[in-house]
Ligand binder design. Structure first.
Ligand SMILES: Cc1ncc(COP(=O)(O)O)c(C=O)c1O
Length: 442
């Protein structure tokens, strides 16, 4: 496996982009500070699980556009549907016919709720869920799972992170936190009306499985306390199951939010939920107060919905969920074997479910460490695997891709072992470590 060392054009790109775009990217987790110095700064194109950078380097993509590209880059049946929709017009002065078709198919597919509202971004739909819950309950505060690292770029969530600069202080008191799998922490918030909780929002699952019937107990408590139970399926939707992780674990939310990964990277997100809550955003109940739910110019742009429809058809046609799980499980086994081979069990730990794995990278003191994490990224990237901590096995990650990823990981483990043995990444890691996205200072 030849090592990739040429990032000349990438460096030129990085030098220019920050003059024009604050942060040098439109998602902070894609930024330069999230990667090793020796990494592609920009992607020119992708096909399947492969992407190419400005210097012509080819990589196998492990994260697939923040896991939004759920089948593969440039996947033809989806691209074709988008192209056809584009030629028929993307935005009209009345709803497009495709909005009804997309609503029917999506609700039928996810079997979560009676009504749906589409949008372009996940943040829009989670924020809309919060607004609906406030209107429905007459209460004000939001309870979020503190282990779940992102729900929205809007103030109600960002104020809970260290990156709270620019948010009015008053907003802080509007969001409360509990711990996933710690039922007592949920009870403490919901048991007393003085906490004024309108809704509880969490991902159904992240890397730790729900324990001790946590999801069902929380759902029951929310019902009992008149709190709207929201499951954010942005990541888990179309990964654990086409019907989301709520189906996998057999739990029903009042509202659910969906986004990345339902339209193969195209911009289509959704808020689904019970009709009696969702209808608050409607215009049929004359005389009632009008709730301004989601209303954006591009929310139902036809190409996003066409991509979503085509994506659902392809998932169903090839039973992609089952195949992703199976190949993910085989791959996880290969990771574990490599870790074992290099005697790194105390330092490298694949966590999560086969449909979406993460790798925890620890230092010699067995503490998760950004320098060691960056070293692993650097070594994977050098071997043609664009790795940022996640392994998302899609339909495009067939045996050849997975074999390449496993071989790269095995070789990267040898370097990691050396860093553990010498007790430092110095001399192995080129440049500074990657930084956490949410941090107080730049
Ligand atoms: C769980 C979860 N919820 C919501 C969002 C927000 O989605 P978007 O980036 O489309 O606004 C994200 C995005 O990372 C997410 O991971």
């Amino acid at each position: 496996m030849n090592k990739i060392i040429n990032f000349t054009r990438s460096r030129e790109f990085s030098e220019q982009i920050h003059d024009l775009i604050p942060g040098g990217a439109h998602t902070y987790s894609k930024g330069d500070d999230q990667f090793p110095v020796n990494a592609p700064a920009a992607i020119t194109h992708g096909k399947g699980a492969h992407v190419w950078d400005l210097d012509g380097n080819e990589f196998i993509d492990c994260s697939m556009g923040l896991t939004s590209v759920c089948i593969g880059h440039g996947y033809e049946p989806v691209a074709q549907a988008v192209s056809e929709a584009a030629f028929q017009g993307t935005n009209f002065q009345r709803p497009a016919l495709i909005e009804l078709d997309a609503a029917r198919l999506f609700l039928e597919t996810v079997e979560s709720g009676d009504m749906v509202k589409f949008a372009k971004n996940g943040s829009t739909v989670t924020t809309a869920a919060v607004k609906l819950a406030r209107a429905y309950t007459g209460k004000n505060r939001v309870a979020i799972a503190r282990e779940h690292n992102f729900f929205s770029y809007d103030d109600w969530f960002i104020v809970t992170t260290p990156t709270d600069f620019g948010i009015p202080n008053d907003v802080r008191s509007m969001t409360a936190t509990f711990s996933y799998n710690d039922y007592a922490s949920v009870e403490a918030l919901l048991s007393d009306d003085k906490h004024d909780i309108a809704c509880l929002i969490m991902e159904p699952v992240k890397f730790d499985p729900p324990r001790d019937n946590f999801l069902h107990k929380v759902a029951a408590l929310c019902k009992d306390r008149g709190v709207v139970f929201v499951l954010d399926e942005m990541i888990s939707g179309f990964k654990w199951s086409l019907k989301g992780a709520q189906d996998y674990f057999g739990v029903k939310p009042d509202l659910a939010t969906w986004g990345k990964g339902i339209a193969n990277g195209f911009s289509a997100c959704a808020l689904t939920g019970r009709a009696d809550i969702m209808e608050l955003g409607g215009i049929r109940r004359e005389g009632d107060d009008k709730l301004f739910l989601i209303s954006t110019t591009h929310g139902a742009e036809t190409i996003g919905l066409a991509a979503m429809i085509a994506t659902i058809h392809e998932f169903k046609k090839y039973n992609m969920i089952e195949s992703n799980w199976q190949r993910g499980a085989d791959f996880k086994q290969k990771l574990e074997q490599a870790i074992q081979r290099h005697d790194l069990n105390d330092f490298l730990q694949p966590i999560g479910y086969a449909c979406l794995l993460a790798l925890v990278c620890r230092n010699p003191a067995r503490i998760p460490d950004d320098a060691y994490r960056t070293l692993m990224m650097q070594e994977m990237i050098a071997r043609g695997v664009l790795f940022q901590g996640l392994f998302y096995t899609t339909w495009s990650h067939q045996q050849a891709e997975l074999d390449h990823m496993a071989a790269a990981f095995d070789q990267a483990c040898a370097v990691y072992r050396a860093a553990i043995d010498i007790g430092s990444c110095a001399g192995l890691l080129v440049g500074r470590p990657a930084k956490p996205v949410f941090r107080k200072k730049i």
